[in-house]
Write a protein that binds this ligand. Sequence first.
Ligand code: HEC
Ligand code: HEC
Ligand code: HEC
Ligand code: HEC
Length: 454
Amino acid sequence: MKKYTTFILVGLILVLAAALIGVLTFMKNQPPQQRAVQPLVEIAAMEPDSARWGINFPNQWTSFQKTATNNIDTTYGGSSQFSWLERDPRQKILFAGYAFSKDYNDDRGHMNALTDVRKTKRLVLTHDDLTKTTHATCYSCKSSDNPGLWAKLGMEAYDKMLFDEMTPQINNSIGCSNCHEAGTMKLIVTNPALKEALEAQGKDWTTFTRQEMRTVVCANCHVEYYFKGDGKYLTFPWAKGTDLDSIIAYYEESGFKDWVYPDTGTPMLKAQHPEYETFTAGSTHYNAGVSCADCHMPYVSDGAAKYSSHDVHSPLLNAEQACGQCHTDVDYVVGRVNEIQDQVHTTKQNTEDAIVDAINAIKAAAANPGADAKLLDQARNLHRKAQFMWDFVSAENSTGFHNPEYALKILAESTNLARQAQMLAAQSVGDMSLLATGTYYENGDAAPVATPTP
Ligand code: HEC
Ligand code: HEC
Ligand code: HEC
Ligand code: HEC
C-alpha cells in the first residue's frame, strides 16, 4: 500500500512539474498582450475614443499618436502629402475627366485619415444632383467611429447616406476599434465589406491564425474596392479571387466603370490601394509567412516592456527594427529595396507613355466618323485593361516592393496591351500616323505638351 502511495506521489509530482514547464514555455512564447495585464479602465465594445484605450495601453497609444505628425519622405514614399500630379504630370492625362486628375496626394499616417478625406478636392458635395454627390462610403476606412455605426445602422444604410449627412457622426480618425476587439484585444475584421468578400471565397476569418490576422487586419482598408450600385455599397471585387486576373475578370463580368474617359469614350476603372492583394499574390515574404505587421509594426522595447510599434509608416525609416529582426545585413536589403523601386518606377513611366500614346490614337480615331467601330471598341477595351493594370501597380503604395516580380510582370503586360490598343485605333481609321510615340512630349521633355482635358 505504502509503495503505491509513493508511486502515485512521485507520478503526481512529475505530472505537475511537466505541466508547470508547459505553462511557463507557453507563457514565454506568447505575444505581449497575452501576459496578464490588469486593465485600468473598462473599454466599451467598439469604443471610438482611442485615448480611452490608451489609458490601459499607454505604449501603443503613444506610438500610435506619432502617426499624426510624421512627415519624413523616402525616395518614393514616406509621410508627407506630396502631389502625384506634380511629381508625374502624365497622371493628369491618365485620370483626365476624373477627380483624381484634380487632387491626388501621397498617403500619410493613420491619425490624419479623417482630416485628409475631408479636405480632398475629390469630394463632390452637392445635394442638387444626388447621383454626383459623394456618399458616406468614403468614410469607411477613415474613422474609429465606423464599427459602432455599422453595428447600429448596418452598412447598407450607412453607405446610402451622403458624405456630409454622415459628418456629424464621425468624430475620430482611425483608431484602436478599427483593428481590435475591446476586452480581449484580439485582432478582428471590423469592415463588413471584408467579411463579405472573404465569405464570397468561402473563407471564415474567425478561423484564421494570429499570424494571418497580422496581415488580414490591414485588409480592412488596404485593398482594391468599388462602390456597388446606386446605394454605393462598399464591395471588394474578390468573388473570383484576390489576384489581378481574378479582379479584372470580376469587373469584366460586372461591366462596372468608375468614369468615361473624355474623347476616347473608354469606360474606365480606377484602382485603389491593393497592398493586400499584391502582397498575398505569392510574394517571397508572404510565402515565407511574413505579415504586414512584421515590417510595419515591429516589436520595440521601452525598458522592460516589449510592444508592437503602432507608429505605422515606411519601414525604410526604421529598417534596423523593421527588417533587422530577420535580416542580418540590413544595408543590403535596403539597397535591394532601392534597386527594385528604381526599376519599377522607370518601368511604370514607360507604361504610362504607352497608355498616353494609346489615348491619343483612340481620341483621333474616335473623332473620325469613318472609323471601324468594332476595332475602335477593341482598342477601348484594351485601354481600359491596360490602364487598370498600370494603376494596380501605381496606386499600390510600395512602388513594387511588396511583390517585385508581380509588379514588373503586370507593367510589362500593361505596356503590351496599351501598344495593341494604339495599333487597333490606327487600324480602325487606316492612319498609320497614329502609331507615333511620345506624342505628348517635346524634345524628350518630361512635361506634357498638350494640355490634358480637365
Ligand atoms: C517585408 C516587409 C514588408 C511587408 C511584409 C509589408 N510591407 Fe508595406 N512596405 C514595405 C516597404 C519597404 C515599403 C516602401 C516604403 C517606401 O517606399 O518608403 C512599404 C510601403 C508600404 C506603404 C506605403 C508607405 C509610404 O511610405 O507611403 C503601405 C501603405 C504599406 N506598405 C502597407 C502594407 C500592407 C497593408 C502590407 C500587408 C498586406 C505590407 N505593407 C506588407 C515593407 C513591407
Ligand atoms: C481603418 C482603415 C485602415 C486600417 C485597418 C489600416 N490602414 Fe493603413 N492607412 C489607412 C488610410 C486611410 C491611410 C492614409 C491616411 C492619410 O493619408 O491621411 C493609411 C496609411 C498607411 C500607411 C502610410 C503611412 C505614412 O506615414 O505614409 C501605412 C504604411 C499603412 N497605412 C500601413 C498599414 C498597415 C501595415 C496596416 C495593418 C496593420 C494598416 N495600415 C491598417 C487606413 C487603414
Ligand atoms: C491598424 C490596426 C491597428 C490599430 C489601429 C491599433 N492596433 Fe494594436 N495591434 C495591431 C497589431 C497588428 C498588433 C499585433 C498583434 C499580434 O501580434 O497579435 C497589435 C497589438 C496590440 C497590443 C498587444 C501588445 C503588442 O504591443 O503587441 C495592444 C495592447 C494594442 N495593440 C493596443 C492598441 C491600442 C491601445 C490602439 C489604439 C491606440 C491600437 N492597438 C490600435 C494593430 C492595430
Ligand atoms: C519576419 C521576417 C522578415 C522580415 C521582418 C523581413 N524579411 Fe525580408 N525576407 C524574409 C525571408 C524569410 C525571405 C526569403 C529568404 C529566402 O527565400 O532566401 C526574405 C527575403 C527578402 C529579400 C529578397 C532577397 C533578394 O535580394 O532576393 C529582400 C530584398 C528582403 N527580404 C528585404 C526586406 C526588407 C527591406 C525588410 C524590412 C522592410 C524585410 N525584408 C523584412 C524574412 C523577413
